[in-house]
Design a protein around this ligand. Structure first.
Ligand SMILES: NC(=O)c1ccc[n+]([C@@H]2O[C@H](COP(=O)([O-])OP(=O)(O)OC[C@H]3O[C@@H](n4cnc5c(N)ncnc54)[C@H](O)[C@@H]3O)[C@@H](O)[C@H]2O)c1
Ligand SMILES: CC(=O)N[C@H]1[C@@H](OP(=O)(O)OP(=O)(O)OC[C@H]2O[C@@H](n3ccc(=O)[nH]c3=O)[C@H](O)[C@@H]2O)O[C@H](CO)[C@@H](O)[C@@H]1O
Length: 346
């Protein structure tokens, strides 16, 4: 019988690379497609260094359906792990059509090709953003979804609905929808990690760039929230724990689970200042910060109820906040400019 592959879309990106490492180490064969709009194939080279395995990778845009079909013709694919998409919240507010076209359009293309090739298993990267402002805490999977205020969040909600409809129409489909909380940190090797283009939008990549000297000072968005220290509280999850959640989801899908949804989080919330302190302690680096007004669209507090994933996937997080900070720092200090060489000073 010919070799079966897991197709990882967006596999050159932050979460994709970490998931590919865990999949390879669990014995799966992987093929990566990525259009490299927010990544470079250097990251796959690093994955190969870590695992000692070759990763067939193709520069393919999900919007190019013929190119996607070619991948399905070339490889015997049993399941798709779908990370590819755009994820910058602010940009999505400015360019909503780009986000709907890429995220929703790309996913519909992918699902159509999967159907054509009778590949009916998908694991999808959704986000806690689908919950909007929480009505209660911790947020479990039954919490209402869809009230998100930005186009990025809505693409995640719409894609969830599309996948649910596809599964309802044909019972041979299985889908695991994973709602990520706030992934941070990097692989222990320090070889792969988050590599934001331009000014990081998210907290921890910004903190790491301050520590490495690329930025002067962190701006803390709001100190007047109804939280213990007034700054926003989130559920930060180590990227390797998150990646291992995907291996657990693979096992679930092999049980022919239909369409299921899981939160991937720790269940614990930390404030912005907790994170700054933890990073300083873990790395010995001073992080200068200034308090500024709230960022538009932000909420005070959100953290997961991760019980369902524990009960049904047999998965829970094991890595501490300290490890998140240490591993992030190892990646950032070994690779101050991410995968790119240092820019010349001329
Ligand atoms: N990082 C987070 O905090 C977070 C939280 C919740 C959900 N997610 C979701 O998880 C997934 C992965 O996120 P990430 O942090 O690794 O982001 P990332 O940008 O590092 O990875 C996404 C990858 O998809 C590729 N891509 C984008 N459009 C594509 C297209 N049309 N065709 C093919 N490839 C395309 C990019 O080049 C990139 O490598 C995304 O769907 C994201 O929305 C991320
Ligand atoms: C509005 C927004 O962008 N939401 C996205 C953001 O959420 P989320 O806001 O949870 O994640 P961030 O990392 O951007 O921010 C975490 C916390 O740090 C604060 N902070 C952040 C950056 C900074 O420079 N200074 C600062 O104080 C924020 O106000 C927040 O309280 O990332 C999530 C995980 O990728 C996405 O699912 C969300 O859709």
């Amino acid at each position: 019988m010919s070799t079966e592959y897991v197709l990882v879309t967006g596999g050159a990106g932050y979460i994709g690379t970490h998931a590919v490492v865990e999949l390879l180490q669990a014995g799966y064969n992987v093929v990566v497609v990525d259009n490299l709009v927010n990544a470079s194939m250097e990251s796959i080279g690093r994955v190969e260094e870590i695992t000692g395995k070759k990763v067939p990778s193709h520069q393919v845009d999900l919007l190019d359906k013929e190119a996607v079909k070619k991948i399905f013709q070339q490889y015997k694919i049993s399941l798709v792990m779908h990370f590819a998409g755009l994820k910058a919240v602010g940009e999505s507010v400015q360019l909503p059509l780009l986000y709907y076209h890429t995220n929703v359009g790309g996913t519909v293309n992918l699902l159509e090709v999967m159907k054509e090739f009778s590949v009916k298993n998908i694991i999808f990267s959704s986000s806690a953003t689908v919950y909007g402002a929480p009505q209660y805490l911790p947020v479990d999977e039954k919490h209402p979804t869809g009230s998100c205020t930005n186009a990025y969040g809505k693409t995640k909600f719409f894609i969830e609905e599309i996948i649910r409809d596809v599964c309802a129409a044909d019972k041979e489909w299985n889908a695991v929808i994973l709602r990520y909380f706030n992934p941070v940190g990097a692989h222990k090797s320090g070889k792969i990690g988050e590599n934001p283009q331009g000014v990081p939008n998210n907290l921890m990549p910004f903190v790491a760039q301050v520590a490495v000297g690329r930025r002067e000072c962190l701006t803390v968005f709001g100190s007047d929230y109804d939280t213990p220290d007034g700054t926003g509280v989130r559920d930060y999850i180590h990227i390797v724990d998150l990646a291992q959640g995907h291996v657990a989801a693979m096992k679930k899908i092999q049980e022919k689970c239909g369409c299921v949804v899981y939160n991937l989080g720790t269940g614990v919330g930390y404030s912005v200042l907790d994170m700054v302190k933890a990073f300083q302690k873990a790395t010995g680096k001073e992080i200068p910060y200034k308090i500024a007004p709230r960022r538009e669209g932000d909420i005070a507090t959100v953290y997961a109820d991760p019980k369902t994933a524990e009960q049904e996937l047999g998965w829970k997080t094991t890595r501490s906040l300290e490890e998140m900070c240490e591993d992030l720092w190892r990646w950032q200090s070994n690779n101050p400019h991410g995968y790119a060489p240092a820019p010349s000073s001329s």
